[in-house]
Design a protein around this ligand. Sequence first.
Ligand code: ADP
Ligand code: MG
Length: 341
Amino acid sequence: MKRTELKELGEFGLIDRIEADFKNINSETVKGIGDDAAVIDNGSNVYTVVSTDMLVEGVHFDLSYVPLHHLGYKAVAVNISDIAAMNGIPKQITVSLALSSRFSVEAIDALYQGIKIACDDYKVDLVGGDTTSSRAGLVISITAIGVVEKNKIAYRHTARPNDIICATGDLGGAYLGLQVLEQEKQVYLANPEMQPQLAGKDYLLKRQLKPEARMDVIYELNDIGVVPTSMIDISDGLASELMHLCRSSNTGAVIFEDKLPIHGETYNTAVEFNIDPVTCVLNGGEDYELLFTISQEDFPKIKNHADIALIGYMTNIPKEILLNTKSGTPVPIRAQGWVHF
Ligand code: ADP
Ligand code: MG
């Protein structure tokens, strides 16, 4: 039998392949594979939304520079981010761990200290999980459960041409935070006497080590009466997430380079590292901001929001994603995302 390498399919191709083989048979399953969270109708006035994410040592984090309490916090935040991306309110999480004997009780205490702070911050209950042993490294899998009023749910597939594309916060910082940590690790390995040079990188380190799910924006949108026409969280980079919105909604998009939100520290550090700042914004991962679309009529409600950038608009040309550069030239952008395999 022919052997196909995983890298030939890629992560998205693999998920598509899995999805193609399963058909939902329960009427309660409103949305299965293909969005930030599954959507379940339990017959009340709200939908239940459910999302799972796994963090693997050596793939998603390196314990030589990631403190365990931050890791615990981040593991919760990245799951809450997927609930936020449905315009949902998180309620419960479960936490599953695979551990080796390398970890002490105190280490696990530190991990759970971070998990607890996140539960307090996002007002969720830890309601269960699973604990097992691992031969190599730490694996944390978290499932988050939330609710959303039925008429407020925000899918990936419901953007329409002419909708305005919005991004929260700023982008590219978490990626550069990782570059800073990696560089310091290499310096340390070469010479353990060297002190780490992390001065002036506080913002980037915070973006990498302690990202926040943008629940604040979800509550604000609710307060000002805006329901996004589509939404996704930015875990793999703006280009990749915009591609998902366009692919699911059968739209294209135009975004403007001079509207892309970037923090000063991100910009300066990108230049320092000889990386194009725009590449960091488009393809840097792990910012956990929200990318969403609104209808033109909601523009006045959002146009002066300090923490939401209006970066472009949806078009009726399926999958054509253009970046209008500062010089006025439109260039097609391709999503790099993360290469997992
Ligand atoms: P996100 O980046 O928002 O966490 P993913 O790209 O991980 O989303 O997943 C996209 C969709 O594919 C989601 O609906 C997710 O539940 C589903 N999915 C991912 N991996 C698997 C898998 N191994 N089996 C079934 N569904 C999966
Ligand atoms: Mg997501």
